[in-house]
Design a protein around this ligand. Structure first.
Ligand SMILES: *Cc1c(COP(=O)(O)O)cnc(C)c1O
Length: 386
C-alpha cells in the first residue's frame, strides 16, 4: 500500500460549493459581498508595479508590519467593527468594546487563513493525551483537525434554544483535563455568548488548559473576548480577514493571545512553513488594517441587512435564530432544508444546507448586498408558496 495509515483515516472538510457551471448569487460560504477597501487594491497595484523584484524574494517570515497594523486596528475598533465610532479618519471603540490595555504586535500571530492558524493551534495545544471539548454544532473544521492530529474530542450537545451548554462543557473539560474550543458567535447557529459569560467560563475552567475562542464573526455584533486576555493567560482568540475584512481570497487569519502562546504557535509554524503569508498578502492585509472606517461601514451594512432579513424570514413563517454574524440560520415548518436549498438553487442562488443529523431542517443564509437579498426574498417567496 502506497499511502500511510494516517491518510486512510482522514475525513476532509467540505466547504460551501463553488460551482463553475453557472453564475450563482453566492450566499453559501459566509463570504463578504463587498470588495476589500479601494486602498487595498491600490496598495497591491503599487507593490507589484513599484517592486516587482520583491515577488522574487522571500517575504518577511514574521510579518512584522502586518502585525503592527493589526494591533492598531484592534485598538481602534475594540475588536468589533460594526459598533466602532467613526469620525472622519478617526476611529474609536464603542464604550462596550473598549480594551483595558493596548494590544501590542507581539500578541499577534498571522497565518494562511484562520483554517491554517487553527491547525497550528490544535497542533500546539492538543495531542492524543490532551483532548478538547467543543459544542456538538460548531465550525465543522474542528473535528477534522481532531482526526488529522489524532486528538480525542468530546462534543457537547447544544441546549434546547441552540445556545452553548457552558456548564456541561466545563464539566467534561474538568473530567478529562481537556481544553475547550468554540466559535463565538457560534456557527452555524449565529448565537453568541456575552463577554461576561465567557469570563465566567474561564474562571471555572482550569488555567492549565488552553481555552480557544474563534471570533470569525464577532465584528458583526458579538462581544470580543480580547479584553479578557489581561485576566487569563490560557486564552487564545482566533480571528480572520475572510468575513468582516472582505478578504476570503487573501487567506489571512490571526490569533490574539499572550506573547508566550504566540511564540509557541510560531514555533509550530516555523517547523512546517517559514513563510505562510506571501508578500502580496502582507501588503494587502496591512492596507486593510489601515482603513478601518471602510470596514466599519461594510460591517454595518451587512448587520443592517441581516436584521431586515431576519424580519422577512419571520414574516414568512420561518423559525430564525437571532444572529450576531453575517448569516442567518433558519427553518420553515412546511419545507425541508434540503428542498428549500434546491428550490433556491434552481432560481440561481446558493444557500447552505447541512445534511448533518440534528440541523438538517435548517438552511444557513449568508448576508449579501441589499440587491442580492432582494433576489433571495423573491426566490424564497416562490419556494415557500408552492
Ligand atoms: C470562516 C471561518 C473560519 C475560516 O476562515 P479562513 O480564515 O477563511 O480560513 C474559521 N472559523 C470559523 C468559525 C469560520 O466560520
Amino acid at each position: 500500500m502506497i499511502i500511510s495509515n494516517r491518510v486512510k483515516n482522514l475525513h476532509p472538510y467540505v466547504p460551501g460549493e463553488q460551482p463553475k457551471d453557472r453564475v450563482y448569487i453566492k450566499l453559501n460560504a459566509n463570504e463578504n459581498p463587498y470588495a476589500p477597501s479601494p486602498k487595498v487594491q491600490k496598495a497591491v497595484m503599487d507593490f507589484v508595479n513599484n517592486n516587482p523584484e520583491k515577488l522574487g524574494l522571500y517575504p518577511d517570515p514574521d510579518s512584522l508590519e502586518l502585525h503592527a497594523a493589526l494591533a492598531e486596528m484592534l485598538n481602534k475598533s475594540g475588536g468589533v467593527l460594526c459598533r466602532a465610532k467613526v469620525c472622519g479618519e478617526n476611529v474609536e471603540p464603542s464604550e462596550q468594546d473598549k480594551i483595558p490595555f493596548t494590544v501590542t504586535p507581539d500578541m499577534i500571530y498571522t497565518g494562511n487563513g484562520s483554517d491554517e492558524v487553527l491547525s497550528f493551534v490544535f497542533y500546539a495545544f492538543f495531542d492524543s493525551s490532551k483532548h478538547f471539548v467543543m459544542p456538538e454544532f460548531t465550525y465543522s473544521f474542528y473535528p477534522v483537525y481532531a482526526g488529522f492530529y489524532n486528538i480525542p474530542m468530546d462534543q457537547v450537545p447544544l441546549k434546547e434554544d441552540w445556545s452553548l451548554d457552558t456548564d456541561e462543557m466545563l464539566k467534561r473539560a474538568a473530567k478529562n483535563e481537556g481544553g475547550i474550543i468554540f466559535a463565538n458567535p457560534n456557527a452555524p447557529t449565529g448565537l453568541g455568548l456575552t463577554r461576561d459569560q465567557v469570563r465566567e467560563m474561564l474562571k471555572k475552567a482550569s488555567s492549565d488548559e488552553i481555552f480557544i475562542v474563534d471570533e470569525a464573526y464577532v465584528d458583526f455584533g458579538g462581544e470580543s473576548c480580547i479584553p479578557l486576555l489581561a485576566e487569563f493567560k490560557n486564552l487564545v482568540i482566533v480571528r480572520t480577514f475572510s468575513k468582516s475584512l472582505c478578504g476570503a481570497g487573501q487567506r489571512l487569519g490571526y490569533i490574539v493571545a499572550n506573547p508566550e502562546l504566540v511564540n509557541i504557535v510560531t514555533t509550530v509554524k516555523n517547523s512546517v512553513n517559514h513563510f505562510p503569508i506571501d508578500a502580496v498578502a502582507q501588503v494587502s492585509g496591512t492596507a486593510a488594517c489601515r482603513d478601518v472606517p471602510y470596514y466599519v461601514e461594510t460591517s454595518r451594512k451587512v448587520a443592517d441587512e441581516r436584521d431586515k432579513f431576519y424580519n422577512f424570514l419571520q414574516e414568512k413563517g420561518f423559525y430564525v435564530l437571532k444572529s450576531e454574524t453575517n448569516f442567518l440560520f433558519a427553518k420553515h415548518p412546511k419545507i425541508s432544508g434540503d428542498e428549500l436549498y434546491k428550490k433556491i438553487k434552481e432560481q440561481g442562488l446558493l444557500i447552505r444546507h447541512f445534511a448533518t443529523k440534528g440541523i438538517e431542517d435548517f438552511v444557513r443564509i449568508t448576508i449579501g448586498t441589499a440587491e442580492q437579498m432582494d433576489e433571495l426574498r423573491k426566490a424564497i417567496e416562490k419556494a415557500v408558496s408552492c
